[in-house]
Write a protein that binds this ligand. Structure first.
Ligand SMILES: Nc1ncnc2c1ncn2[C@@H]1O[C@H](COP(=O)(O)OP(=O)(O)OP(=O)(O)O)[C@@H](O)[C@H]1O
Ligand SMILES: [Mg+2]
Length: 254
């Protein structure tokens, strides 16, 4: 993808290696995520997608190699110095990770309270605003366990947006949803990205989502980048691992 040399990338990952439980899960991954664009990370189960995502906001530190955010190498930074960087990055975790003991409104307002915002009126106004963005206006007092899977995903998305991040990391935002809900969440993500001009990194198994939102795609297999380029380039790839992945989709398994 052509990139403007005057705009530094949001993330720059170089030769990232990570070992977990004696197993090399990332084996020299490099990736450039341009600002304001959407990067999709594809790959089968266990490929290292979630682990890669956890390095982008410094939740995990590289064993070797580096991860930079807007030119700052996260590796040497102490936890305290990571906090202001993490504030710019909203995360939608693979399991949604809502607090069932809190109402929808409390969940969505949580990142603001964590950042020290104490003005209840301001928090309520922002919660109302982001719930409207995801089509859940007026649902503040509901309990997460009383919501459908699709609504829970939308609440998680509202929570990730609450603190007005510059970047969103999504881990399988459509997993566990039926095809119709999955498409509506994908469209919502695509729309939010355009409206808010977010930099986004989305991990997914779902090729439909990739086709809808991706500016660039990374295909991982066993911790190695097998493809980096445009969605069209991926679909034309002759790499057997990628063909297998794409054909599984054509058979309706993705
Ligand atoms: N805490 C851990 N300890 C040991 N191994 C781990 C740990 N977390 C992940 N792994 C291993 O790291 C590899 C990559 O895991 P990761 O969660 O990144 O996969 P993934 O691509 O996100 O898969 P999925 O599509 O199933 O979510 C897997 O082999 C997994 O078993
Ligand atoms: Mg995962």
């Amino acid at each position: 993808m052509s990139e403007d040399p005057d705009i530094p990338p949001f993330f720059e990952v170089r030769e990232l290696r990570q070992t977990l439980g004696g197993h090399e899960v990332l084996r020299g991954v490099s990736l450039t995520v341009p600002q304001g664009k959407t990067t999709v990370i594809l790959g089968g189960s266990g490929a290292g997608k979630s682990i890669l995502l956890r390095h982008l906001n410094g939740l995990m530190k590289p064993l070797s190699g580096s991860v930079s955010v807007l030119g700052t190498d996260l590796g040497p930074l102490p936890e305290k110095a990571l906090r202001p960087i993490r504030r710019r990055i909203g995360v939608l975790f693979q399991d949604g990770a809502l607090f069932d003991s809190m109402s929808v409104g409390e969940n969505v307002g949580f990142p603001l309270r964590e950042q020290g915002v104490r003005d209840r009126v301001a928090i309520a106004a922002r919660v109302d605003e982001v719930l409207s963005l995801v089509g859940l206006q007026g649902q503040e007092s509901k309990r997460p366990d009383a919501l459908s899977g699709g609504m829970r995903k939308r609440v998680s998305l509202a929570r990730a947006l609450a603190a007005d991040p510059d970047c969103l990391l999504y881990d399988e935002p459509t997993a566990g949803l039926d095809p119709i809900l999955s498409e509506s969440i994908t469209r919502l993500i695509g729309r939010l990205q355009k409206e808010l001009r977010l930099t986004s990194v989305m991990v997914t198994h779902h090729l439909g989502a990739m086709r809808w939102v991706a500016d660039q795609v990374l295909f991982l297999k066993e911790g190695v980048v097998r493809f980096a380029g445009t969605p069209e380039g991926l679909e034309e790839s002759e790499d057997p691992a990628i063909r297998e992945f794409l054909n599984a989709d054509a058979m309706g398994r993705k």
